[in-house]
Design a protein around this ligand. Sequence first.
Ligand code: R1P
Ligand code: URA
Length: 295
Amino acid sequence: MIPGSELILNPDGSVYHLHLLPGQIANDIITVGDPERVAEISRRFDRVELRVAAREFVTHTGELDGRRLTVISTGIGTDNVDIVLNELDALVNIDLERREVKAELTVLNLLRLGTSGALQPDLPLGSILLSAGALSADGLMPYYGVDGVGDDFGTALSEFVTANGLRLPVDPLYFSPVLPDFLNHPAGKQLPRGVTLTAAGFYAPQGRSLRLPTRLHPELLDVLRRFDYRGLRITNIEMETAGIYGLANALGHRSASLSALLANRGAGTFSKNPAAAVDALIDLGLLLLTDRDGS
Ligand code: R1P
Ligand code: URA
């Protein structure tokens, strides 16, 4: 039995932060950082059966083209991803009344639709990228004692960075997800793929310097930009993917992260129309989730 201090429930029986009850989420779940993006997505649904808001965690569940979907905001960062993934998992895989892990586990399909900054100058602003893997520089997963999956990439990267006389302030872990089947859709197969660096913040942890210096020296971004491991490059930087991939793998869920590239860190540019880029990302995500035959 999981004690009340560990699995915290509200008086109505809902999970502590998300304020959701079992049955209120679909098996196909879109995660977004921005709470306002939730309604932008659910307004495309044919019907919405549930709207719940608690802090930065806004959840809408509904149906589109006969498929039940949930969209939930995580807010920014893997500290929030920790809460969202654990509580979503508890909703399907823990019997909340008996406080016991269920004998039969449910696999969720998690699709992040987020924004990101491109590391590589050849990646156009507004384009959409699938994270084939995530390099975690955010610090969440070591608390779970997870060593990383497909660690070859991480090892090769560490060697490359050391060989160039630089180091990341944290030792990165590499996570490659079990991708959901909906990516077999032709639109999913055509997506450019790269490795996403998940940072612990937006400014210094991504190498940005306004008034304060960053220990992620611009030279390090150049080094990361040059790294190529069996054709895989580090393509972009954001703040959730490694947490989603790491926890989804550990909990037995499938996950994919799609990023609309709003900034180009190589070229020093930012999208003139970020709303259009996010719109295109939402259209693509909903197509993948609803057109499962890929017709
Ligand atoms: C930073 O501006 C935020 O944008 C990206 C980052 O991961 C971070 O959450 O994602 P979202 O657009 O989903 O919020
Ligand atoms: N989100 C990020 O985390 N970084 C960027 O550069 C753009 C969006």
